[in-house]
Design a binder for this molecule. Structure first.
Ligand code: C2E
Ligand code: MG
Ligand code: MG
Ligand code: MG
Length: 294
């Protein structure tokens, strides 16, 4: 019995040791990656891509979403899903958001200086931002420094972050909106906000999550939900945007239900600043759904 116990202990010990080693490797990797991200924020490895938001009836450019990317010297272009959560966990989300806001405003100013008709830029804000008492002041300073109007920025927030402390966030939102900033509820339908909450939030826009758009033209449950969200948004006087529109069928389906504002690969991928500038010059994207174009 003692032998068996020792064997079990040894096995457990060995397993433990193995696990420890894996964990240590993970932790070491993480510290490395965190340091890299810190350097990336300071050292110019981040860049913004811009994705068109269009009126699907004619492809007219109505806005754009600013999406951050990390140009890692070895790993290549790292998508935000891979480093935003890490930035949130290790306290780098503040500096990262500062960088994103600065970059988006600098782009708007550059486009204006080049005589381009700019469109409002949507910027994704992290959950922590609304708890930051200096957010409004920071945004106003940015507007002054880049000589922009608050209406040229739309702040994208998710349901989950708004529901954390509804009375407090409603106040912050009301103040932002009073100052003229646009407010968009991103990824709508995936969170837990109740419909009565939605009515009390001072939003300008509601973005239907891509999950509802994916098989919308096949008449399944998602199409019923997408239809309901469009109706709801319109009834509440909100601008409704569909994100992740990839096919003609999806676009047509949404158009038939009165959702004209669409964003997705069908119209344009997120583009580096210079490529997006070409869309600004044209004032529209190349592709519109075939039936709308006809
Ligand atoms: P999101 O705000 O919902 O952004 C939309 C995402 O869908 C983007 O992914 C975009 O590239 C992608 N997308 C657009 N059209 C299509 C399409 O037709 N098909 C498919 N399959 N995907 C499409 P991305 O750029 O990887 O960003 C992912 C998420 O990371 C964003 O989701 C947003 O939550 C977050 N994020 C991006 N940039 C920032 C940022 O600057 N700050 C913060 N805090 N979060 C950001
Ligand atoms: Mg977004
Ligand atoms: Mg979204
Ligand atoms: Mg989404």
């Amino acid at each position: 019995a003692e032998q068996a116990a020792r064997a079990a202990r040894d096995a457990g010990g060995a397993q433990h040791l193995f696990f420890d080693r894996e964990l240590n490797a993970g932790a070491r990797d993480r510290v490395l990656l965190e340091n890299e991200l810190r350097q990336a924020i300071q050292g110019g490895q981040l860049c913004m891509h811009y994705q068109a938001k269009v009126d699907a009836r004619n492809g007219a450019l109505m806005g754009a979403e600013a999406l951050v990317r990390w140009q890692h010297p070895q790993r290549g272009l790292v998508p935000p899903g891979r480093f935003i959560p890490m930035a949130e966990e290790c306290g780098l989300i503040g500096p990262l958001t500062d960088w994103v806001l600065e970059a988006a405003c600098a782009s708007l100013r550059r486009w204006s200086d080049r005589g381009l008709r700019t469109v409002p830029l949507s910027v994704n804000l992290p959950a922590s931002s609304l708890a930051d008492p200096s957010l409004l002041e920071q945004l106003e300073r940015l507007m002054q420094r880049h000589r922009l109007s608050p209406a040229s920025l739309m702040l994208e927030l998710t349901e989950t972050m708004l529901m954390r402390d509804l009375p407090a966030t409603s106040q912050v939102l009301a103040r932002l909106r009073d100052r003229g900033f646009g407010l968009s509820l991103d990824d709508f339908g995936t969170g837990y906000s109740s419909l009565s909450h939605l009515q009390r939030l001072p939003m300008n826009e509601l973005k239907i999550d891509r999950a509802f758009i994916t098989d919308v033209a096949r008449g399944g449950r998602d199409s019923a939900l997408a239809t309901a969200i469009i109706t709801l948004g319109r009834e509440l006087g909100l601008q409704v945007v569909a994100e992740g529109v990839e096919t003609d069928e999806q676009s047509q389906f949404l158009l038939a239900r009165g959702c004209e504002l669409q964003q997705g690969y069908l119209f344009s991928r997120p583009l580096p600043e210079e490529a997006f500038e070409l869309l600004l010059r044209r004032g529209s994207t190349l592709s519109v759904p075939t039936a709308a174009a006809a």
